[in-house]
Design a protein around this ligand. Structure first.
Ligand code: P53
Length: 475
């Protein structure tokens, strides 16, 4: 009963949200660097500001972030102290290929991650590596139009070939694209896409998605060739859609919303475009240009496991109700749920529902690679944060995933909480929205010593891991 003995407990981060050191070690500029904190973070880029560089008016949190670039040893030691079995992190593409289209990689960038993985291994921590977590080298955006251009597949393939060979024996778990469905919701942040006047934006997004899907299949192929031990996963921004009422029209809306996201995973896990999307694209007049061999590639190289982030469920309705949930996935408010300070509705049972939905659909091992509560933490005079609210959130979600495993038989490989150390929010660019077991002294304006302090949840999570998820009690 309970979780498997080798269950992978740990935490997750992404390069652009924690590393900083944006211009060090030969690193090139990327889309994730030039998105500022505040309302201009996600502009619709048709004729409006093109976010190709820094300007003087905005604050760019990714430049320094939490400076993990220089402090990773201290941070990994803290993860080890909690007993992490796995640490999910992402590689910054522009550290390895600063412009993206070079033939030879940047040795300094490669060496950086090699040292970091070795540091993990020193403590018996398995790295789980996201190859791209929303990042795309700026040069590839300006010169090629990012993922709208088929050539990106080739550059991504080069990146994968280099890292799979270099980190063979050090890294076994890989994710090809973080929240691949984000391309539809936040195209610049998600995939470096911007639009020109006259673009059919949906056409561009689906064509870019096709390129990512092909790139993902190629990555899976190479990973398996380089080392049969490699396990490759896809990654979905998940969270089931509930119908607002039992009115059939609402139920149908919720199914359609789910499919919009499942489409990506259907291709990556089942190996082909599902009929519902082909029909839908046809109706919309969207044609996806495929190259000979694409369909065979997708078919032959499906993922080994399905991973996802889960923060909340969502609500769909056929009627025009106000959308409230405060993030990129706007949704109708669920009157039965409470919400976080950022309006994200809290639904532990929804995690069990989502796990079951995904497992029923794909019948592949699952991995929860993000889950957590973004909250304002107020340290006392000694710098200590008693984050009972975070413990409560995590305990209820871990209980729900335990139910999915124990009572429903879902095959779950592991669980990594999001932002195991405080980091920059992807959605808002704030530091104030914290997820960590470890407090980082830095604020929205970039003030603070960057000092790390354990929160109350640090010792709690340590106990959870030590008991393999049996002891979830607050104290
Ligand atoms: P933040 C929106 C909805 C669901 C997941 O988000 C999302 C987002 C983007 O805001 O992204 C994932 O930082 C993403 C992480 C991100 C995390 O959720 O806005 O993979 O990079 O930090 C939490 O609170």
């Amino acid at each position: 009963m309970g979780f498997r003995q080798d269950f992978l407990w740990g935490g997750a981060t992404a390069a652009n949200q924690c590393e900083g050191g944006y211009n060090e070690g030969g690193r090139g500029l990327a889309n994730v660097d030039v998105v500022p904190i505040g309302p201009d973070r996600f502009p619709v880029i048709t004729g409006q500001m093109k976010m190709f560089d820094f300007d003087d008016e905005h604050f760019y949190p990714a430049k320094v972030a939490i400076d993990m670039y220089h402090r990773y040893k201290e941070d990994i030691a803290l993860f080890a102290e909690m007993g992490f079995k796995v640490y999910r992190l992402s590689i910054a593409w522009s550290r390895i290929f600063p412009k993206g289209d070079e033939l030879e990689p940047n040795e300094e960038g490669l060496k950086y991650y090699e040292d970091l993985f070795k540091e993990c291994k020193k403590y018996g921590i398995e790295p789980l590596v996201t190859i791209t977590h929303f990042d795309c080298p700026m040069h590839l955006i300006k010169e090629y139009g990012a993922w709208r251009n088929r050539q990106l597949v080739e550059f991504y393939e080069r990146l994968c070939t280099v890292i799979f060979n270099r980190y063979k024996g050090l890294v076994k778990y890989w994710l090809t694209f973080n929240e691949i469905n984000m391309i539809l919701h936040a195209p610049f942040m998600g995939a470096g896409l911007y639009f020109e006047e006259g673009d059919n934006q949906e056409q561009v997004k689906y064509q870019a998605a096709h390129h990512e899907l092909v790139a993902s299949a190629i990555a899976t192929k190479i990973a398996h060739e380089v080392d049969p031990e490699n396990k490759v996963g896809c990654m979905l921004a998940a969270g089931a859609y509930y119908p607002y009422t039992c009115k059939p029209e609402d139920v149908w809306e919720s199914r359609k919303s789910d499919r919009e996201n499942y489409f990506f995973i259907d291709v990556q896990a089942r190996g082909k475009y599902p009929n519902y999307v082909l029909k839908e694209l046809e109706r919309k007049g969207i044609t996806i240009e495929m190259q000979p061999g694409d369909e065979e590639l997708l078919k032959a190289h499906t993922v080994d496991f399905v991973s996802f982030s889960y923060y909340s469920t969502r609500v769909a309705t056929a009627d025009a109700l106000e959308e409230t949930q405060g993030n990129i996935f706007a949704s109708v408010k669920n009157p039965y749920l409470k919400a976080s300070e950022w309006g994200w509705q809290i639904d532990p049972l929804g995690l069990r529902i989502t796990l079951n939905d995904i497992y029923d659909r794909y019948q592949k091992p699952l991995f929860i690679v993000e889950n957590g509560l973004g909250a304002v933490d107020v340290p006392d005079e000694a710098g200590y944060v008693a984050d009972d609210y975070r413990i409560e959130y995590l305990a209820s979600h871990i209980q729900a995933m335990k139910d999915a495993v124990e009572l429903d038989g879902v095959d779950l490989l592991g669980y990594t909480t999001w932002g195991c150390i405080d980091l920059v929010s992807a959605g808002t660019g704030e530091m104030k929205k914290r997820y960590g077991f470890i407090y980082v002294d830095r604020d929205n304006e970039g003030n603070g010593s960057l000092k790390r302090t354990k929160k109350k949840s640090f010792d709690w999570y340590k106990k959870v891991i030590a008991s393999n998820g049996e002891d979830l009690a607050m104290n």
